[in-house]
Design a protein around this ligand. Structure first.
Ligand SMILES: Cc1cc2nc3c(=O)[nH]c(=O)nc-3n(C[C@H](O)[C@H](O)[C@H](O)COP(=O)(O)OP(=O)(O)OC[C@H]3O[C@@H](n4cnc5c(N)ncnc54)[C@H](O)[C@@H]3O)c2cc1C
Length: 381
């Protein structure tokens, strides 16, 4: 492709802003279109932060991507002059009787040289006294894990993209019956169009994407840290994944409070109609979980909440492939609850595929997909 490639990116979540910036830096002329302002709270990339971890079971591909992304986030935050990446570590609490995913992760880490510690429950209680270790077999601690400030990262990347000459436009791109892209009643045309509409991808492409993308609601509660007590702040406490409970969380950073979520994968969401408010049942269940796992937070008040959604593919691999009938339209996304951390690497890879510099990976192709066992799954789901 020549330097004058006209590219359009639809969707300004993390996949879209990173792809747009990479296309621009590869010499294309780029317009980024979204229905709302970059950073808006309906997107899957909304919320203050996302866990950053190399922990991906036996999957070497994503593990390597995260190791590369760690350096890219550090470079980006240096360039932007904004703290986006906090290396406060991540602790996986391996549940008694089912440690396949954690065992597989340790083998991958040993093979690839990823720093980690396998720690006993006694060591967890000494090193991270915030956690009760009931029903925990042992812990896997990754010191170079942590979090990325997601909202800030999207907004800052969109601003960097504009500063470097990219155009941002507000609008709703639609698909007609033949899955051709339309904007304001006219065909959307460019040399290449990358569609990064996250959970909306399946709604737009009912025939092509919907069969491999299910959207599920995910509710988050933020709980206040105790008065005058930094025990639950980042760097004192790590991010955690409580596999046995399908729960995870992030210590308080920038005063947001301790974040906790329990993955209820069967809960659906109407992307355009539902209020983004957490329901009482989730609230109670999360509180019950915190009482059990982080007893030091008993009595603390909820201070914030986020209702969001995850687009899940059956095998939890992302989607990055050209539309089977429209050869200049690249479909990009497939979140599966773990795309954010890869942001800068994902964007560069996606831009390279869009410009024909390299092909996509087999795992990202739009084909029939089936679910994987916990031991094989990159996300452990
Ligand atoms: C609760 C939760 C927790 C998560 N935890 C983690 C984690 O710890 N670590 C991690 O790495 N990842 C995590 N993820 C996954 C990660 O956040 C997502 O994979 C990622 O943000 C998806 O980004 P996206 O750009 O594909 O989609 P989105 O951020 O949803 O962006 C899509 C954009 O497309 C726009 N759009 C939609 N339709 C149209 C249209 N027709 N025309 C124009 N614009 C349109 C939307 O307005 C939106 O801005 C989590 C996700 C959720 C929801």
């Amino acid at each position: 492709m020549s330097l004058k490639t006209e590219a359009i990116v639809v969707g300004a979540g993390i996949a879209g802003v990173m792809t747009a910036l990479s296309l621009l830096r590869k010499g294309a002329s780029v317009t980024l279109i979204d229905r709302w302002e970059p950073g808006h709270p309906r997107a899957s990339s909304s919320d203050y932060n996302r866990i950053f971890r190399s922990i991906h079971g036996k999957d070497e591909f994503y593990t390597k991507w995260v190791r590369e992304a760690r350096l890219r986030w550090m470079e980006l935050q240096e360039e932007m002059g904004v703290k986006l990446h906090h290396e406060c570590g991540a602790l996986v609490l391996a549940g008694e009787g089912h440690t396949d995913w954690e065992d597989a992760t340790i083998s991958t880490f040993e093979k690839l040289g990823v720093p980690h510690f396998k720690i006993s429950t006694d060591e967890i209680r000494v090193r991270f006294p915030q956690f009760s270790t009931e029903k925990v077999a042992w812990g896997l601690y990754e010191p170079e894990a942590g979090m990325v400030m997601s909202h800030l990262a999207v907004v800052q990347t969109a601003q960097l993209f504009e500063r470097e000459g990219g155009k941002i436009k507000r609008g709703r791109v639609m698909c007609d019956e033949a899955e051709r892209l339309m904007l304001d009643g006219k065909p959307l045309e460019a040399d290449v169009i990358v569609v990064c509409t996250g959970p909306w991808l399946g709604e737009m492409y009912r025939r092509t994407v919907r069969p491999i993308s299910k959207v599920v609601r995910q509710n988050i509660i933020y709980t206040s840290t105790p008065d005058s007590d930094p025990t639950f702040d980042a760097y004192t406490m790590p991010c955690w994944i409580d596999h046995g409970y399908g729960a995870y969380g992030i210590p308080s950073v920038n005063g947001h409070g301790v974040k906790a979520a329990i993955a209820w994968t069967d809960t659906i969401i109407d992307l355009d109609e539902d209020e983004r408010v957490v329901d009482k049942a989730t609230f109670n269940r999360t509180r019950q979980y915190l009482r059990h796992r982080l007893p030091g937070l008993v009595g603390q008040r909820a201070v914030d909440q986020k209702a969001c959604q995850i687009a899940m593919t059956p095998d939890t691999h992302f989607i990055l492939d050209f539309h089977p009938e429209h050869e200049n339209v690249l479909l990009s996304g497939g979140c599966s609850g773990h795309l954010f951390k890869h942001g800068p690497v994902y964007g560069e890879f996606s831009a390279g595929v869009a410009l024909g510099e390299w092909g996509t990976a087999d795992r990202f192709k739009i084909t029939d997909r089936s679910s994987l066992s916990t031991g094989d799954s990159p996300s452990g789901r």
